[in-house]
Design a protein around this ligand. Structure first.
Ligand code: ATP
Ligand code: MN
Length: 251
């Protein structure tokens, strides 16, 4: 009918506009129509008002800054269905009781992964870990709080000179403990997935975070502890990964 036709036309216009937008130019080939439809839905629902530039173009996802509801700045993380290393995603998902029975279909895996990141951010936040506030999720698109400002972006811990490594380490250690208490292990924790703004440390990139019941949770935690210990050792502290692990697990 007429309304449906009008809606389809509006979507077609929207998609064309996005496809032509400078910041999406390089990505034309990787965002499929379903991704554009997901973005459109988020716009319709009022979570996204306008797109800014890309903050990061990673291996599996691109992160954009955008204008969200009520003039807030948001970060939009878009997982690429085709480029994703989904075999590796599957392995993380398979042992997770929350995603039992996940199919082997690539699209399905990436959608579950995006949902998982949203759920992990929620759980971490509830546990008192400073992470970006999750706002909305639609298929492979995640909308969250933008940490820092568009004009004064949050930096990775890896790219700043840490003013007070002692305090920073204590904060990270406490985040790891709280996360563990809430039943989660980050699984990719390092100076690359910790960002800092105005002296506040924020944990990001929770897609791979697994529950402590995951068969490889121990290995994930070991690796996190080694990465964190190694970074702070390079900052001049004396941090032992085994001690860190004992602190996190309370053993
Ligand atoms: P990579 O493969 O580079 O690790 P990724 O696909 O795993 O990227 P993230 O680590 O979640 O994605 O985000 C990539 C980068 O985008 C981060 O290093 C950070 O600089 C920026 N970023 C992500 N989320 C936010 C946010 N909520 N607020 C501000 N910056 C963010
Ligand atoms: Mn990352």
């Amino acid at each position: 009918d007429r309304i449906a036709r009008k809606r389809d036309r509006k979507f077609a216009e929207f998609r064309k506009r996005l496809k032509d937008a400078d910041q999406f130019k390089v990505e034309q080939s990787v965002f499929d129509d379903a991704t554009f439809a997901a973005i459109y839905k988020l716009v319709q629902d009022g979570y996204i008002d306008a797109f800014g530039g890309p903050i990061s173009t990673g291996k599996e996802a691109n992160v954009y800054e955008a204008l969200g509801a009520e003039d807030t700045d948001v970060a939009v993380k878009i997982y690429r269905i085709n480029a994703s290393n989904f075999q590796h995603m599957r392995e993380y998902l398979e042992g997770d009781p929350r995603f039992e029975g996940i199919g082997s279909n690539k699209k399905e895996v990436v959608l579950a992964w995006t949902k998982k990141e949203f759920a992990n951010l929620r759980r971490a936040r509830k546990a008192g870990v400073r992470v970006p506030e999750p706002i909305a999720v639609e298929r492979n698109v995640l909308v969250m709080e933008l940490v820092g400002l568009v004009e004064d972006r949050a930096r990775r811990l890896a790219e700043v000179s840490v003013e007070n490594p002692e305090t920073a380490f204590e904060v990270v250690r406490e985040y790891m403990r709280r996360l563990y208490d809430a039943g989660l292990v980050h699984g990719d924790l390092s100076e690359y997935n910790l960002i800092i703004h105005d002296g506040e440390l924020v944990v990001i990139d929770m897609g791979q975070a697994a529950t402590v019941h995951h068969p490889n949770a121990d290995d994930f935690l070991d690796r996190d502890c080694r990465n964190v210990a190694s970074f702070f050792t390079r900052q001049g502290l004396d941090v032992d990964p085994d001690d860190l692990r004992a602190f996190v697990t309370g053993e």
